[in-house]
Design a protein around this ligand. Structure first.
Ligand SMILES: Cc1ncc(COP(=O)(O)O)c(C=O)c1O
Length: 467
């Protein structure tokens, strides 16, 4: 069953007419209509199969049968709010707690990553009695008003930075102020946080929280240098604030070695609040904020009930449990390491072949390929990245870009991604970069591309076919 009510053109027309235009489509000039999905594949209305390299929400694979079954079975029995006792909720909290350090033991279940971060902000403010937040540059933490305010990625395009928000440099050792050759980039970036705290305190402001994605993904698939989080946490806690690790994109075993990406910073590092979302329900809306007993007690201390109509309902929790089961049964963390390492090897071979590949960084199935126009200056190759993404779509591979310059090709596929898939993608990128496919492009199409993207000197193309 394809589930199609309308032709593709009709769907597009209706969407344009009825849906807020700021809800953007992938590939706006040639949008895809997807009617079904399975594992790491999505299928369009014509039955064409695309390899999905970016959907970290369908974590254990699109429409995983065990997850679908768990949802169906619980739906037939009961779905209601959390004001009744129910086993799925406590079982899910128990299972999640086994993946976390002991200190993180009190759970709040919600429906979206944004809700989780908004609650984290409330928890931090209530516990510390402070208001201000420190965030990484280019970060994104969600679409609620409170989170737009702490997302430089968004607020820079809107009404700007609020006085209670303090932005620190992204710990990017490839393009940031302290690079791979710095003797202790972690300490250097952490000292920027200390500086921001001093400046804020100089204005009589008080820090409630430091928010960071454990691996900043929207900001360009960044791997923070070793020791950074520990040192930041020291400075932030010293100022009376708490450390919030946003695991909404990168949690649930994606990094392979660990269940949570913050654990890459060392066993000893424990955030005060961790937020989770996207992969948690394999496409079903469920999210969570977990914190310490002390922080939860301070929140309870207000005497105001926390009620969330849908958060933690039995169906969501049954789905969450099934996702954890699949991660375990199918050894998906091991797979993330195995396939991710193989893919990094393949990409690194490409790096020595193509000057446009500036940096390859990743861990497990979280990999970024930073494209540059110039290896020395590390000038982002934005138009070229866009071009590659669109060419890959023609090869039936779905990828997209991230980072402030939209020049980092990001890989965060469903965790059932295989070595064959990895090879297919890397070979396709190689072909495109070599220009083999581009020979088939007519001058007209190229000119059109240049007019749209502003790319005039297209380094992907052999001189002979430039218009
Ligand atoms: C790092 C991060 N935090 C929070 C969110 C917000 O999650 P949601 O879209 O589920 O509200 C997102 C969404 O893209 C995200 O990438």
């Amino acid at each position: 069953m394809s589930g199609e009510l309308y032709s593709k053109d009709e769907t597009l027309e209706l969407r344009k007419r009825l849906v807020g235009p700021s809800c953007k489509l992938f590939f706006p000039e040639t949008p895809m209509k997807i009617v079904r999905a399975e594992g790491q594949y999505i299928f369009d209305e014509k039955g064409r199969r695309y390899l999905d390299c970016i959907n970290n929400v369908s974590h254990v694979g699109h429409c995983h049968p065990l997850v679908v079954k768990a949802a169906h079975e619980q739906n037939q029995l009961l779905n209601t709010n959390t004001r009744y006792l129910h086993d799925t909720l406590v079982e899910y909290a128990t299972r999640l707690s086994k993946t976390l350090p002991d200190k993180l033991c009190i759970f709040y279940f919600l429906n979206s990553g944004s809700e989780a971060n908004d609650l984290a902000l409330r928890l931090a403010r209530q516990y510390t009695n402070h208001q201000d937040v420190i965030v990484l540059d280019h970060a994104y933490h969600g679409h609620l008003t409170s989170l737009i305010d702490i997302s430089p990625y968004k607020f820079r395009k809107l009404d700007g930075q609020k006085e209670w928000v303090h932005v620190v440099p992204l710990p990017d050792t490839y393009r940031g102020p302290y690079r791979e050759d710095h003797e202790d980039a972690g300490a250097a970036y952490a000292s920027e946080v200390e500086k921001a705290i001093d400046e804020a305190q100089g204005k009589n402001r008080k820090i409630a929280a430091f928010f960071a994605e454990s691996l900043p993904s929207v900001a360009g698939h960044i791997i923070p240098p070793a020791g950074y989080f520990q040192k930041v946490a020291g400075h932030v806690r010293g100022a009376g604030g708490v450390f919030v690790a946003d695991e909404i994109q990168v949690g649930f075993g994606r990094v392979g070695k660990h269940f949570w990406a913050f654990q890459l910073q060392g066993e000893g590092f424990v955030p005060d609040i961790v937020t989770m979302g996207k992969p948690m329900g394999n496409g079903h809306p469920i999210a969570c904020a977990v914190t310490t007993k002390e922080i939860a007690d301070a929140f309870t201390g207000t005497g105001v009930e926390y009620f969330n109509t849908f958060g933690g309902n039995p169906v969501s929790c049954a789905i969450g449990l099934a996702v954890l089961d699949v991660i375990e049964k199918e050894a998906l963390m091991h797979r993330a390491t195995d396939v991710g390492t193989y893919m990094m090897e393949l990409l690194n071979r490409q790096k020595s072949k193509h000057r446009m590949i500036g940096d390859i960084r990743g861990v497990g199935l979280f990999i970024g390929v930073d494209l540059v126009k110039d290896q020395e200056k590390r000038t982002p190759a934005t138009a070229e990245a866009d071009f590659i993404i669109r060419r890959l779509k023609e090869e039936r591979i779905v990828l997209s870009t991230d980072g402030p310059h939209a020049n980092v090709i990001k890989f965060k596929p469903p965790m059932c991604f295989s070595k064959e898939d990895a090879k297919l993608v890397v070979d396709a990128i190689d072909k495109i970069l070599t220009g083999a496919i581009l020979y088939s492009y007519t001058h007209g199409e190229l000119k059109e591309h240049e007019a749209k993207t502003g790319a005039t000197n297209h380094p992907l193309l052999p001189v002979s076919i430039k218009g």
